[in-house]
Design a protein around this ligand. Sequence first.
Ligand code: IPE
Ligand code: IPE
Ligand code: MG
Length: 256
Amino acid sequence: MSDSAIKHVAIIMDGNGRWAAERSHNRVWGHIRGSRLISDIVEESEELNLSALTLFAFSTENWSRPIGEIKVLFSLLKKYLKKERDRILANDIRFKVIGDSSQFPEETIEMIKSLENETVGNKGLKLTFAFGYGGRQEIVEAANLFYEKNPGKKITEQDLSENLFASDIGDVDLLIRTGGDYRISNFLLWQLAYAELYFTDVKWPSFTRGEFKNIVSQTNERERRFGGITGQRDLKSSVFLAQDNKKKMNLQQGYK
Ligand code: IPE
Ligand code: IPE
Ligand code: MG
C-alpha cells in the first residue's frame, strides 16, 4: 500500500444523533458511541500508510446546537486528548486542531496547544481535527493572513494554500461522509477541489474499521484524471501540462 494514490483522507463523521434516536437514546449517546470509533480509524490510517487523516468533529454551524450538546462535544474532545495523548506521542503522529478556537474553554485550548507543540516535528500520520471549523472562514482567514504579510500584492493559489489553518496536510484525496446525506457542509472547501467522494448511509457510530479499509482500497482502484485523458497522476502535473499546452497554442500561427 505504500505507493497508494490515496494519501489524505477526510471524514465527515455524521449521523450520531439519528443513530441514538433509532435506539431510543438521547442524541449525546450517539456522540459518545461515535467518539469511541476514532482511535480505530486512526490506527487503520497508519496501517494503510496514509499521510493525513482529517476528521470533521464540530463545525462553525454546530455552534447553533443546544448548549448541553455542545458541552458534551467539548468534553469528548478533552477525553480523546487525555486518552490518546501517549499513543499519539509514541506513534510519531503530528496532531493539530483546525478551526476558530477563540471561543473554546481555556483548559481545552491549553490541552490542544500542548499536544500540537509536542508533536509539531513528528513525521508519522498527520492527524487533524476540524473543530469549530468552517471552510469559508478558513479561506477568508487565509487571504487576510496573506494580505497582512504582503500588503498590496496579488494573491496566488499557492499563497492561499500556504496560509490555510494546516497548510501541510495538502489536498484531500478521498472524502468519506457517513450518515446518508450527500453534501459537504462547509468542510475543507479549498482542499476538496479534486477529491474522490464516498457517501455511505451507515451512521457514524455503526461505521467500522473494516469498512474504512475497504473504501480506501476501492477508491485506490478508481482512475483519477485531474482533467486530463489518462495517466495524469496528480493535480500538479495536470496544471503543468495545461500551462505548457497554453504556451504551445499561443505559439501557433493564427491562434488568437
Ligand atoms: C455528527 O452527528 C456529529 C456532529 C455534527 C457534531 P450529528 O450530531 O450531526 O448527527 P445527526 O446528523 O443529527 O444524526
Ligand atoms: C457536519 O455534520 C459536521 C460534522 C460532522 C461535525 P452536520 O450534521 O452538522 O451537517 P448538516 O447539518 O447535515 O449539513
Ligand atoms: Mg448531522
